[in-house]
Design a protein around this ligand. Structure first.
Ligand SMILES: [Ca+2]
Length: 323
């Protein structure tokens, strides 16, 4: 877990399409009472009825973004705190703008839903569908072992199995996310700067692979002489780089390859979907129950929060929106 935190520190966001907007408005909204479903001060009998958290969050979407989100996805786990003990309520809403893209609305509120801590609106890749991935494994004698591509393929296949299992448990017809993987093995002598997208594009071309044919290019470079984190690069070519974040010095076993795959496919790829680590803050090894996913699935639109049987990311009328 410490390694994942380290990775976050190393994260480089290049050319993000929409800068984060952070607004702090403490105590700005106190609509705590309703009458007959309307936001009036008291009921007819002057008996105050407190708004539910869901209603409060829904009102924040209307107020801050002008969008109707009647049944918002909410994460409000008291255990989700950072190393200073700070936590918050997180709500996200993905509204599709095309088959592959979405507007993402993010709210951080105090746990009682009454105060806005931060808001964001981003244009992101929708966290659903089939993603064509070119995985480039850079071979290093000390760490790669005799069959690096076989080990890597088993680890990346396991990620697809995780998505398939999630879909099965939730009764969906198929996985919400599938990675269609093509793998390439490059010797470390073939590529001098594997952290640079342009160098990778050129190096794979020598292997008859065209980077632009893929939605995402992932580079795995477990260089025993280079302790470094990972990064996600935005741009014409979406690019994920996983360095030797755990300072491996010897041959990677299946468990290590599985960790690398989780870093690549569950964590660094999730930045394309708009995910940020503090959606569900943790400190050290805290586990909140949604692993191997990197965050609460409902925040990625992967659960049916409005009760019509369709996960919100596929729902034509997500979050209880009317037609
Ligand atoms: Ca739904």
């Amino acid at each position: 877990m410490r390694a994942f935190l380290l990775l976050s520190v190393f994260l480089v966001l290049q050319g993000s399409s929409d800068p984060a907007i952070a607004v702090v408005k403490p105590n700005s909204f106190r609509a705590s009472w309703i009458r007959d479903g309307n936001h009036a001060a008291f009921s007819a009998e002057s008996t105050p009825v407190q708004l539910t958290i869901e209603q409060l969050v829904s009102d924040w979407y209307q107020r801050e973004f002008g969008v109707s989100i009647p049944r918002p996805a909410i994460f409000n786990d008291e255990r989700a705190v950072d190393c200073r003990g700070d936590g918050h309520l997180t709500s996200t809403a993905y509204l599709r703008t095309s088959a592959t893209a979405a507007d993402l609305f993010v709210l951080y509120l105090t746990r009682d839903g009454l105060n806005l801590i931060k808001k964001q609106r981003l244009s992101v890749v929708a966290p659903a569908g089939r993603f064509k991935v070119l995985s480039v494994v850079v071979r290093h004698e000390e760490t790669s072992g005799p069959e690096p591509l076989a080990m890597w393929q088993a680890a990346e296949d396991a990620v697809n199995v995780q998505h398939a299992q999630f879909a099965r448990v939730h009764g969906y017809g198929g996985p919400l996310v599938t990675f269609l993987n093509t793998n390439a093995l490059l010797d470390s002598t073939e590529i001098r700067a594997p952290e640079r997208p342009d160098a990778v594009v050129a190096a794979v071309q020598a292997h008859s692979k065209t980077a632009s044919d893929y939605d995402i290019v992932i580079v795995i470079n477990i260089d025993p002489l280079r302790s470094e984190g990972g990064r996600t690069s935005f741009g014409n070519q979406r690019f994920v780089y996983v360095g030797n974040y755990a300072n491996w010095k010897t041959e990677l076993d299946a468990g290590a390859w599985a960790k690398i795959a989780r870093t690549a496919y569950q964590q660094l790829t999730a930045y394309f979907w708009g995910w940020q680590p503090d959606w569900t803050p943790t400190c050290g090894g805290t586990r909140l129950g949604f692993e191997p996913f990197i965050t609460a699935p409902r925040l990625l639109g992967w659960e049916d929060v409005d009760g019509d049987g369709v996960p919100e990311i596929l729902d034509e009328n997500p979050y209880g929106r009317s037609r």
